[in-house]
Ligand binder design. Structure first.
Ligand SMILES: Cc1ncc(COP(=O)(O)O)c(C=O)c1O
Length: 372
């Protein structure tokens, strides 16, 4: 569901509870879990690290020393980082289950595609629930992997609850990317899977961490996985960590402001469909509560600008609507010099953003960018 494509909103919240640089990482996600996930995922057929690119000219345009884009559009042919988490959690589940397994989840598109791919790869059935407004192209991509797609009324968080009820009735296994009280096992594995992205970045940075990371947040699992893994690796030298959300679905922002998990309700309309979530994941919050230094909320126009900026780069980087969010925030900050200074984003900064998806719906990509 699209929001207001003309909105140039930019809001900032400093995390009053941000941990001191010397503080140890939270125990929620531990090194051993990341190691296990990385060794399993590296053995998948077709696995290759995704590129960490520095599109020529963009750092200068944004007045930074360096801009690194981790390009998840090229992940395992599934066009988003989500492939790492959902499929890994399915693999672990199938390995320990007795008898045939049916997995299920709610999705705005990418997580369901990952779970469907995992089910096909590791021998399970998949029933994937999607909000009615998610584009037909995203549903077709999931069906093409052999999963059953069910459309359901309500927003992402409401469908998460519906899935839990239906799974109980049918004896299915929920492989959700979000966690809630009493349900943390699969989402923890999903986050360990996402950690592979962080491992690849760590290897590419060769001991010289970036100064800032801008990670987009839906339920916050991606941001928490990166934050935790970088914290474990780099300790006090870890980058300043910023989350980026749509202004209309800013549950991490609201939680940071309130100092406790906060719910955003309504239709959560935004062009950044993967971030259209109103409740932060329980596990993700345990990391983000002190791991986030600053939260940002942006209007849709910045995400669209980012898609176009990356499409103009040489060579082009294909970023879907959600993929461009981190860069979108940097573009917005270029027009807000006081806030930019406040965030210590200077011409000496070396900034990492995640292009978390490619053209996961090619028709929408063409419509926004004007090219395929
Ligand atoms: C492409 C993309 N980027 C980022 C996110 C946000 O991830 P999370 O919900 O773990 O915060 C999603 C979630 O679906 C996504 O699909």
């Amino acid at each position: 569901m699209t929001g207001d494509a003309t909105s140039k909103a930019l809001r900032h919240a400093r995390n009053a509870k941000a941990a001191a640089r010397e503080a140890p990482p939270p125990k929620t996600l531990e090194a051993i879990g990341f190691v296990d996930a990385a060794s399993a995922i590296r053995a998948w057929p077709g696995y290759a690290p995704t590129p960490l690119v520095q599109p020529p000219g963009l750092a200068e345009e944004l007045r930074l020393e360096a801009l690194y884009v981790k390009d998840e559009g090229q992940r395992l042919g599934l066009k988003s980082f989500k492939a790492l988490g959902g499929a890994y959690a399915v693999q672990r589940l199938v390995a320990t289950a007795k008898g045939p397994v049916t997995v299920t989840c709610a999705t705005d598109g990418n997580h369901g595609r990952a779970v469907a791919w995992g089910a096909r790869s590791f021998g399970a059935k998949a029933v994937i629930y999607m909000p009615e407004f998610v584009s037909p192209g995203r549903a077709a991509a999931i069906e093409a992997l052999g999963a059953e797609v069910r459309r359901a009324p309500g927003n992402y968080d409401e469908i998460v609850r519906q899935v839990a009820i239906d799974a109980k009735q049918n004896g299915w296994h929920v492989v959700s990317d979000t966690s809630y009280a009493g349900y943390t096992d699969a989402p923890r594995q999903v986050m360990y899977g996402y950690g592979v992205m962080a491992e690849e970045c760590i290897a590419a940075f060769k001991g010289e961490p970036p100064t800032h990371v801008l990670a987009q947040a839906g339920v916050g699992a991606l941001a928490a996985a990166l934050c935790a893994r970088f914290w474990i690796e780099w300790g006090p030298r870890r980058p300043r960590f910023l989350t980026v959300e749509p202004e209309t679905a800013d549950c991490v922002f609201a939680s940071i402001e309130e100092g406790k998990p906060a719910t955003v309700t309504g239709d959560l309309a935004t062009v950044m469909g993967g971030l259209s979530c109103g409740e932060v994941s329980k596990l993700a919050w345990e990391v983000l509560r002190t791991g986030v230094d600053d939260a940002l909320a942006i209007g849709d126009s910045w995400a669209i600008d980012a898609m176009r900026m990356l499409a103009r780069a040489t060579p082009p980087v294909i970023a879907g609507e959600t993929g461009g969010a981190g860069l979108g925030a940097l573009i917005a900050l270029a027009e807000a010099p006081n806030l930019k200074r406040h965030l210590d984003l200077t011409p000496d900064s070396r900034v990492l953003v995640i292009n978390s998806e490619g053209d996961t719906d090619p028709a929408i990509y063409r419509e926004i960018v004007g090219a395929s």
